[in-house]
Write a protein of this length. Sequence first.
Length: 306
Amino acid sequence: MAPRLLWIGLGNMGRGMCKNLVEKGTLSEPLLLFNRTKQRAIDLSNALGAGKAEVVDSITEGVAKADVIFIILSNDEVVEAAVNEILQQDVKGKLIIESSTIHPDTTEKLAKVVEAKGAEFLTAPVFGAPAMADAGQLIAVLAGPRNTVDRARPYFKGVTAKGEIDMSDEPRGKALQLKLIGNTFILNMVEQIAEGHVLAEKSGLGSKYLHQWIENMFPGPYVAYSNRMLSGDYFQREYPLFAVDLARKDARHALSLAKAAGTKMQNVETADAHLVKVKEYAGENGDFAGIYGAVRQEAGLKYENK
C-alpha cells in the first residue's frame, strides 16, 4: 500500500500541487488536507471529487494518519509553529517535506528537531507561479540525505513538477539559498518590466510596442507579467496572486543572505522600496505586480492604469 499523505497549507501554490498529487500520484487513500481556514480545505476537497481527499480538523489529527507530511506555508514563524504541532505526535519513521520559502537557517534548525524525533526531513522549495502549480510544471529543489530525496521523488517530477534540481547529500539550507536567489530574478524582472512600461508611456513610445517586443524577445513569464500590468490585473484582483508581504519576506531573506556574504543586491533594494509603496497604497491585499503602480506614482501617474 502506498504511503498516506497529509498536506498542510492550501494557498495558491498548495492547491495546485494537491490537485496534481491526486490526479497523477499513486495514492491508495484519500489525500489528507489541513488549512487554518477550514473552508478552503473543504472547497478543495469538493473540487477534487468524491473519495479523493479528506479534510482533518487539526495538524495532530492529520499527522496521526499520515506517513508523509507536506508543508507549504507563508513564512518562517508559521512553518515553525506547524512543525511544533507535528512533533506533538509520534513521528518516528515519517517523512516531512518542507516546501515553503523560508530562511536557510530556519530549515536547518527544523531539520535537527525533526530528526531528533526519529523522522526524515526534506527541504523541497519549488519555483513557478500558481498557474505552473496547477499545470504540474513547477521546478523542485530537493535537498537532504540521498535516501530521503529518493523517498520523496515520486511526488515531484512528472507529478507536481516538470523538473528537479537534485541536491542529494547537500546541506538543506542550500536549497533555500537557491530559492531565494532565484526569486530575486523574478523580483528584478517585475521591477524592470514596470520601469520599462512607465518609461514607454511617459516618453510617448506607448506600452503596446514595448509589450510586442517583450512577446518576441522574452516569451514566458516576462509576457505574463507584462500582460498583468497592462490589463490592470495588478490592482483589480480580490486576492493577490503573490501577496506583497510574502514578496517582501523573500526580499528580506535574500538581502540577509547578501549581507552575510559581504555583497549587495541593489536591484532587490530598489524593488523592495517599491513594494513598501504597494503595501502603503493597497494594504495586505497588494499584489507583487503592483510594483508597476508604485513606479507609475513615482513618475507622476496614477497607481491604476485604467
